[in-house]
Design a protein around this ligand. Structure first.
Ligand code: SF4
Ligand code: SF4
Length: 437
């Protein structure tokens, strides 16, 4: 794509980065067919190529973003399906960051939108606040009809979300046998409140394989949710706190990896090196952390699952989270589930997002609901008994649209290698026993 930035503009490292990304695009349009928003809306401006043009025009002109530009960039799920499809390796993820930063600087959103975004940004990255917000949402749910539409959608989502008791604490979880590795596990923000059993399963499984797991006390939210809201000041503050906590571990007893069980967070941490590239105090440390970040399935694929139990060979629909399949290009979970003996079923249109996309389901509820309905229908078409996936956002989202139980892949792998049976499996087994032969 031809660009016309001035030399003065190109002296800005962000604009120079945007320029080189835009120039890689050869207009082929392959990305259109695999973009969920284009598939649903059929408007070129809601396609990757359309958004590249909008971003190019905004950045070249330097003019304040318009409502049209903000609307079409807001509708992007950042699912990165376009990056998997693009034959020219256009780095759409970094380009949309530049576009969204420009919108954040120059566009005045309506009050209700600003209020909602500030509310989400103030609550979600903090476990305690999020827990209290979920409790409060249950109290006010009966009067939801009196609330503005956007708040109603938020309340519906909060109402459907479980609140788990506090679980694992910061500290070191030592492997019982000889140690082969020492890793840090990301605690995160939303996941420990909604489904702490994911990290509990990961700790048991890694310990069983001889991996010591440390959860440093000062590591928390990775910053991805604030980054999605274009609040990079908060996102990078959270990122720096995590980096400091992990660097202390690296300099202490050492770390072989930083393990992540929420693939949305994994994609963010793997990008710390890029996000902090212009910060002289953190650029090197951030690049070091990004190089160590791994999805839990990557680590398990490397070290193997060890001895497996004789578990029922259930039919499992594997939902590949966008952040794992497109953001990180990690496909290990399918092979790991098959290695255990599960009957892994692929889902039609598996490249399309379920509509969760971080906080997208709260900001764009209609489009998100349409993608969710499509995903749920495709999942049920597989005839599987349950669903496995690697991201808490997808778990919460998909659970709203299907009666099929849904668990994190690592919970199934833990169960199949000696861990407790997930509650959802107990229910499936009870039902199977109750059905007449
Ligand atoms: S990130 Fe996803 S929604 Fe956004 S343009 Fe790419 S494919 Fe479309
Ligand atoms: S597939 Fe890549 S090169 Fe082709 S139009 Fe889309 S972004 Fe441009």
């Amino acid at each position: 794509m031809q660009t016309s930035f001035t030399l003065a503009q190109l002296a800005d490292p962000d604009l120079a980065d945007a320029d080189s990304i835009l120039r890689a695009c050869v207009h082929c349009g392959f990305c259109l067919a695999t973009c969920p928003t284009y598939v649903v809306l059929g408007d070129e401006l809601d396609s990757p190529r359309g958004r590249l043009y909008l971003t190019k025009n905004m950045l070249e002109s330097g003019a304040p973003a318009t409502k049209t530009e903000a609307t079409h960039l807001d509708r992007c799920l950042t699912c990165l399906s376009c990056m998997t499809t693009c034959p020219a390796s256009v780095h759409y993820m970094h380009l949309i960051d530049h576009g969204r930063a420009h919108i954040a600087r120059t566009y005045r959103r309506p009050f209700s939108e600003t209020w909602l975004r500030n509310l989400l940004n103030a609550i979600l990255p903090h476990q305690t606040r999020f827990r209290w917000a979920l409790r409060l949402s249950r109290l006010i749910y009966p009067v939801r009809a009196l609330m503005p539409k956007r708040l109603q959608a938020l309340l519906d989502l909060a109402h459907d979300s479980p609140i788990a008791p506090r679980s694992h604490k910061a500290g070191t979880y030592v492997a019982p046998g000889p140690r082969i590795r020492r890793v840090a596990l990301l605690d995160g923000c939303v996941q420990p409140v909604l489904r702490p059993q994911i990290n509990e399963a990961a700790i048991r499984l890694l310990n069983r394989r001889g991996v010591d797991v440390v959860m440093p006390p000062k590591a928390g939210c990775c910053g991805a949710l604030s980054h999605h809201l274009s609040d990079d000041e908060t996102a990078l503050r959270l990122a720096r706190a995590d980096i400091d906590a992990w660097i202390r571990e690296i300099d202490g007893d050492g770390l072989d990896a930083i393990v992540v069980t929420a693939s949305g967070c994994g994609t963010m941490i793997k990008d710390y090196g890029h996000l902090l590239r212009n910060d002289p105090s953190y650029a090197r440390k951030a690049a070091r952390i990004s190089a160590l970040a791994k999805d839990v399935s990557e680590v398990l694929a490397e070290i193997g699952l060890g001895t497996t139990e004789d578990v029922p060979k259930l039919a499992v629909a594997y939902h590949a989270a966008c952040s794992l399949q497109h953001g990180q290009r990690v496909h290990a979970p399918r092979a790991l589930l098959r290695a255990i003996g599960f009957d892994v079923r692929d889902i039609d249109e598996g490249h399309l997002c379920c509509g969760s996309a971080g906080i997208y389901n709260m900001l764009e509820p209609e489009l998100s609901a349409s993608l969710l309905a499509r995903k749920a229908a495709n999942i049920e078409h597989t005839g599987a008994a349950l669903i496995a996936t690697g991201n808490i956002g997808c778990i919460t989202q998909i659970a709203r649209a299907t009666q099929l139980p849904i668990v994190h892949t690592v919970e199934l792998l833990d169960w199949a290698t000696g861990g407790p049976q997930p509650r959802e499996i107990i229910e499936i087994m009870k039902k199977a026993c109750a059905e007449p032969a």
